[in-house]
Write a protein that binds this ligand. Structure first.
Ligand SMILES: O=C(O)C(=O)CO
Length: 396
């Protein structure tokens, strides 16, 4: 096994991490306690109150907490101190069961800290779980990644070290499906432009009309009918949408009938017939670049593309051209490649695109449920018990 980076090099790299959606400083508007109670009251799938993160974030001072060996297992988390935006409550839930240490601390004295660490909490994409980091953690037993996607982890390599991997399906799909509907509605009804015009009428010479696309009764094509895709279909039924879906395998008749979804074996057929095309597939070798120039050309010129999966599923250069040339009407993206996009990226200058910084799972309720799952899997991993959400490498 060859390790590409020394601890010193890693420390330099980690200290240069950009401020992204996962390590952003705290956002004051999220501190509204009403937001948390409304989520609890209306949660689609019955939220356990105790797992809900109720308060908005305060800048986290984990290292103000006295860290002493109290017999709990040690776990590594991403950087703290206003960079990751970890909510204090989240850290509270972790420290109930683990003694936690962050990367900077680890890398300042890898020989002292590395051997203690048995679990690694990987928040979406951070920390980067690469060989050089794993080399510092000889006692590591389990990596737990918050969210569904594990495309950022080298599963065969991590497994080859005898380290198990878990993710948190089930608890993040409602918030992701909610956001998908938000993007669909916002782009169809031009809600962002409406806001911009309302706060600054000079932003357009056409203040009055903002004509949009009717959502009710339109056709939604969902690519990827897994947990999230299906929850999007459930929500779309409430808008009386006709639902087509394309998936590796057909769902059972009961599932299809419950939401009125019709299987399209042919992706081309789905693209031709849909008013909205929703991408909800996992990122795999097969789905990388799934939507390129040829696929976009099949879509209706009035259609809107929504992507809540991974940026790499869409050929972004082809998407820019399709949006510029009117091949499709608009796009709404929670994900891009890379994240965030460089400031001069052509997508950012287009009037018919709506971009979010990958916030599919970012609600207080989901954060609470997700951390509970993460802790549950990490404790099982440390104790050598089966993980409830183990992710095995493909063909394993
Ligand atoms: O669950 C995940 O992996 C997500 O990225 C949701 O946005």
């Amino acid at each position: 096994m060859t390790y590409r980076k020394t601890p010193d090099e890693l420390l330099r790299i980690l200290s240069r991490w950009p401020v992204t959606q996962h390590n952003r400083p705290h956002e004051p508007h999220r501190a509204d306690p009403r937001a948390a109670s409304a989520e609890g009251a209306n949660g689609v799938s019955g939220v356990k109150e105790k797992s809900e993160v109720r308060q908005g974030p305060k800048p986290l001072r984990v290292w103000d907490k006295k860290i002493m060996d109290n017999g709990k297992p040690w776990a590594l988390i991403s950087e703290v101190g206003g960079e990751t935006g970890y909510l204090e409550e989240v850290v509270g839930m972790l420290t109930e069961h683990f003694q936690i240490i962050c990367h900077k601390e680890l890398l300042q004295n890898p020989a002292l800290h590395g051997p203690k660490i048995q679990a690694l909490f990987n928040w979406k994409f951070l920390p980067v779980v690469e060989p050089a980091l794993l080399a510092l953690l000889p006692s590591l037993k389990v990596v737990v990644s918050g969210g569904m996607g594990t495309d950022h982890l080298d599963l065969p390599f991590i497994n080859s070290l005898g380290v198990k991997v878990a993710n948190t399906p089930g608890v993040v799909s409602d918030s992701t499906a909610d956001l998908a509907m938000g993007l669909l509605l916002a782009s169809a009804r031009r809600i962002l432009e409406g806001h911009q015009i309302s706060v600054d009428p000079k932003t357009t010479s056409l203040p009055g009309w903002l004509m949009g696309v009717e959502v009710t009764g339109s056709t939604l094509g969902i690519i990827g009918m897994g947990e999230v895709g299906y929850k999007i279909a459930q929500r779309s039924k409430g808008f009386a949408m006709r639902i087509l879906y394309h998936n590796r395998s057909k769902r059972c008749v009961e599932d299809e009938e419950a939401v009125g979804a019709v299987y399209c074996e042919s992706l081309c057929d789905l693209l031709r017939r849909s008013d909205f095309v929703m991408i909800a597939v996992k990122l795999t070798r097969d789905t990388t670049g799934l939507i390129g120039h040829a696929e976009l050309s099949l879509m209706k010129p009035t259609a809107i593309l929504i992507n809540i999966s991974r940026g790499q599923v869409v050929d972004q250069d082809a998407l820019v051209k399709a949006l510029q040339s009117g091949t499709i009407r608009a796009a709404a993206l929670d994900v891009t490649d890379p994240e965030p996009l460089p400031r001069d990226h052509p997508l950012l200058g287009l009037p018919n695109v709506l971009i979010n910084p990958h916030i599919g799972i970012n609600t207080y309720t989901t954060a609470g449920r997700m951390v509970e799952k993460m802790v549950e899997n990490a404790l099982a991993g440390v104790k050598g018990l089966p993980l409830s959400n183990e992710v095995k490498p493909p063909n394993c």
